[in-house]
Design a protein around this ligand. Structure first.
Ligand code: BGP
Length: 474
């Protein structure tokens, strides 16, 4: 078995990290607009610090992004030149429903994405659209407490119904929530949740998670009704947990940590709360309020495919002395002595991608889609202004080799691969430009200065050949 003939090669972005135009076309403010760069960033995205308005003291990088709002024609043309078969992007919810609770969608917002999807179609690029990539209208955060409130299910459903209807025939691949398990680690970023002092955070998070899970299943049903061609995916922040040693305690802790992440996907892909989760909630005294119809909605509307991001594996240890930590996406991991790290301390583990594909396929038996993978690095132009990013080529090449073996030797069913940040964009963890992932360089720095000019890096031509040869020329 080799890669499918129609394997979906491409790249991925998210509105809040590249779009900008935050107050144009009638768009309302979103949670992600209000996450500043700098010292306060982590406190805000974990929900410990409340920020409800744009103020003078902070720099909010998402307000401008890389101004794709005005550059999308040029950007999509460059993606087409690389031969993209798919382009993963997200719709900014508050562009369609500025406050979140309106009855009617904002026409200017709908028209904006229609132009993007039509542009993709022109080049035979299949859009893969995330309905909520770390975003929710601030109106729903302020007036309803975000996903802790059951009413938000209806607002999200209404939003999804509007876009499924409007883009019927233009879009068929959808993801309901980006990295849904990030709700546990970055609740304001992932779900617009903030906490009052003394509040039981776990209780709030699991209640909000339940609402997202029901919302995800409900819109899966609607998407299929509107167009049976629609394919709806769930999306996991992936990366298996390795035990630090072969001590049974370490191995069991790794199982438990994996379950914290798989919980969401277990519900979305299998349609029921797993026993381990029900027992954990009971043990921790968490009471999730559910309506009688929820069980059936979840059961009858599981996802069509399982997508995930993969940057690295993680390590856990039951021994508190073994705790030399390293950055690994939004939450940390113990350092793995067998792996090298990126400029930002994220450990590099291509075999871990093959492992994740196997674990996920064994667990769910659904088609998989790698929707984020890539190397965030500092790029320095040479004397001619060119970025020779051999390190990025090397990283991506090794990960492609790993997923090809998972398909060819292990029999995993893989729909496609979209590298993260195919064009340089803002980092989610840092809110800065200098952590770059792209095949396309964007002239902009961490303070927001630059011409926004786009230029091709060395990896641009390399990835083009990879796609042309369906992964044979690496
Ligand atoms: C994932 C997010 C992306 C992206 C990526 C890389 O968690 O889904 O939005 O940003 O991580 O993270 P960073 O940008 O911090 O390097």
């Amino acid at each position: 078995m080799s890669l499918r003939k129609d394997f979906l090669w491409g790249g991925a972005t998210a509105a809040n990290q590249c779009e900008g135009g935050y107050d144009l076309g009638g768009r309302g403010l979103a949670n992600v607009d209000l996450i500043p760069s700098g010292e306060d960033r982590r406190a805000v995205f974990t929900g410990k610090m409340k920020m409800f308005e744009v103020d003078q003291e902070h720099h909010y990088p998402a307000l401008e992004g890389i101004d794709m709002y005005h550059h999308y024609l040029e950007d999509i043309r460059l993606f087409a030149e690389m031969g993209f078969k798919t382009y993963r992007m997200s719709i900014s919810w508050s562009r369609i429903f500025p406050n979140g609770d309106e009855k009617e969608a904002n026409e200017a917002g709908l028209a904006f994405y229609e132009k993007i999807f039509k542009e993709c179609k022109k080049y035979n690029i299949e859009p893969l659209v995330t309905l909520s990539h770390f975003d929710i209208p601030m109106g729903l955060v302020k007036d309803y407490g975000s996903w802790r409130n059951r009413k938000v299910i209806d607002f999200y459903t209404n939003y999804c119904k509007s876009v499924f209807t409007r883009y019927k025939g233009l879009v068929k691949y959808w993801l309901t929530f980006n990295e849904i398990n990030m709700l546990q680690h970055a609740p304001f970023l992932a779900a617009g949740l903030y906490f009052e002092t003394g509040e039981n955070e776990e209780q709030v998070k699991y209640q909000a998670a339940h609402h997202q899970l029901v919302a995800s299943a409900s819109v899966t049903k609607i998407a299929h009704e509107i167009d049976p061609e629609n394919k709806i995916g769930c999306m996991l922040a992936g990366g298996t947990n390795y035990p630090y040693s072969c001590r049974p305690e370490d191995y069991f802790l790794a199982i438990q940590k994996d379950r914290d992440n798989y919980f969401f996907i277990d519900v979305q892909a299998r349609g029921v709360y797993p026993n381990y989760a029900l027992k954990k909630l009971q043990k921790d005294g968490i009471k999730v309020e559910m309506e009688p119809e929820d069980t059936l909605i979840l059961k009858e509307n599981t996802c069509d495919f399982v997508s995930f991001s993969y940057y690295s594996s993680r390590v856990v240890s039951a021994n508190p002395d073994e705790n030399e930590e390293t950055a690994a996406n939004i939450y940390k991991s113990i350092k793995n002595p067998y792996l090298e790290s990126s400029d930002f301390g994220w450990q590099i583990d291509p075999l871990g991608l093959r492992a994740s594909l196997n674990v996920l396929y064994d667990r769910y038996q659904k088609p998989l889609f790698i929707v984020e993978n890539g190397l965030g690095a500092y790029d320095t132009p040479d004397q001619n202004g060119k970025i020779n990013d051999d390190y990025r080529i090397e990283y991506i090449r090794k990960h492609i080799e790993a997923f090809k073996v998972a398909v060819e030797e292990d029999g995993v069913d893989l729909l496609g691969y979209t590298t993260w940040g195919c064009i340089d964009l803002l980092s989610a963890t840092k809110g800065e430009m200098s952590k770059r992932y792209g095949f396309i360089y964007v002239d902009k720095d961490d303070e927001g200065n630059g011409t926004l000019k786009r230029s091709k890096k060395k990896s641009f031509d390399w990835y083009k050949k990879v796609i042309e040869s369906n992964g044979e020329l690496l």
